[in-house]
Design a protein around this ligand. Structure first.
Ligand code: ADP
Ligand code: MG
Length: 339
């Protein structure tokens, strides 16, 4: 008799949750991504106590069909990819079908979703992976997801949580990046009853920057815009007067996804060259577009890193685009190995 056996689904979800759900901000990131993928034009986030007691995300996107609601909380259940080929052509923020089952395994989740405008929706409540309630419920089109008492059944993880203030900082960071990546979506973010962010959803990136970083910062930013056969870049980058001491000042978006990417940040800094004080970063939002086959998004558990297939070319393109924007030196043609 062998000793190896398959884990039951609940245990597998709890294990996956250990990777996917590090803290309240990871829950928020996944749920906002789902709202964005559902084509929402408004996303309202409310958090209590740094998201540790409660996180609620309401969107007006496509909703989940009543028959799909239970399935959406199953492991590897996704409407976003179907074949191995799709994995190399990812155009959505989510694709692994892991977020909902992982979150529901380590929290108390209530989801009401309606997929049509007829007002007929469905509700499901899951606690620690167990379905507690499922019934029809009137609801407007979209999804209303509440996650309470995160890590209530995983005391070790709960203990590791920092202060409300620290968790709130991480939540804000997630909302800010998502708002910067989608100026066409109207976001609101409230914490313990106080509204911390409201964006218009009118597509104006500079207005989103102003809402997050203040008007002075928004005014000090210049437009970046360039094209190349493989890439396009759009965004705003600050004149060297608006700098920060921290890399977080730079928001890099790749096909609409916020990522941490030295392959983009380094050439950005090189483009400023001696204009930047030492150890300072310009406030920047750079949005790169490329064919999905040129970027592997499936390399990091929280999808925060990506791998580019033509990195050297990309670096030269970014540096050239930012230099051009700063009005400094001549545009560096593609393929150049200039660092
Ligand atoms: P993934 O996003 O990788 O597909 P998730 O576990 O995050 O996996 O979600 C599972 C499925 O549930 C999604 O593929 C989608 O069909 C549906 N879903 C989740 N959240 C929403 C939402 N806010 N609006 C519409 N559908 C949603
Ligand atoms: Mg998802």
């Amino acid at each position: 008799m062998g000793v190896i056996r398959l884990l039951d689904e609940h245990l597998a979800n709890q294990i996956a949750a250990g990777e996917v759900v590090e803290r309240p901000a990871s829950v928020l990131k996944e749920l906002i991504e789902n709202a964005v993928d559902a084509g929402a034009t408004t996303i309202d986030v409310t958090a209590e106590d740094g998201g540790l007691s409660s996180l609620r995300i309401v969107d007006n996107g496509s909703g989940i069909q009543p028959d799909d609601l239970r399935t959406a909380f199953q492991r590897h259940a996704t409407s976003k990819i179907a074949t191995g080929k799709d994995l190399f052509q990812i155009v959505t923020l989510g694709f692994r079908g892991e977020a909902l089952p992982s979150i529901a395994a380590v929290a108390k989740v209530r989801c009401i979703s309606a997929s049509d405008t007829g007002g007929l929706g469905r509700l499901i409540e899951i606690e620690g992976g167990q379905i507690k309630r499922e019934e029809d419920a009137g609801a407007p089109r979209g999804t209303d997801m509440t996650v309470k008492e995160l890590f209530y059944n995983t005391p070790a993880r709960l203990k590791y949580m920092r202060t409300v203030q620290t968790e709130l900082g991480h939540l804000s960071d997630v909302v800010y990046r998502q708002a910067l990546s989608r100026p066409d979506i109207a976001f609101t973010f409230a914490h313990n009853g106080t509204t911390l962010l409201r964006t218009q959803g009118n597509g104006d990136l500079r207005q989103v920057v102003a809402a997050i970083y203040g008007t002075a910062a928004a005014k000090a930013m210049i437009e970046v815009s360039a094209e190349h056969p493989d890439y396009a870049i759009e965004g705003l980058t600050a004149l060297p007067v608006e700098t920060r001491s921290n890399r977080n000042a730079v928001t890099v978006l790749v096909n609409g996804r916020y990522v941490r990417s030295p392959a983009v940040v380094q050439p950005l800094l090189q483009a400023y060259h001696t204009l930047l004080p030492i150890n300072r970063y310009p406030l920047s939002v750079l949005s790169l577009r490329m064919h999905p086959s040129l970027v592997d998004v499936n390399v990091h558990p929280a999808k925060l890193e990506v791998r580019f297939s033509k990195e050297t070319e990309l670096r030269a393109f970014v540096e050239g685009a930012v230099r051009k924007a700063l009005g400094g030196q001549a545009y560096i043609p593609s393929g150049s190995a200039v660092r």
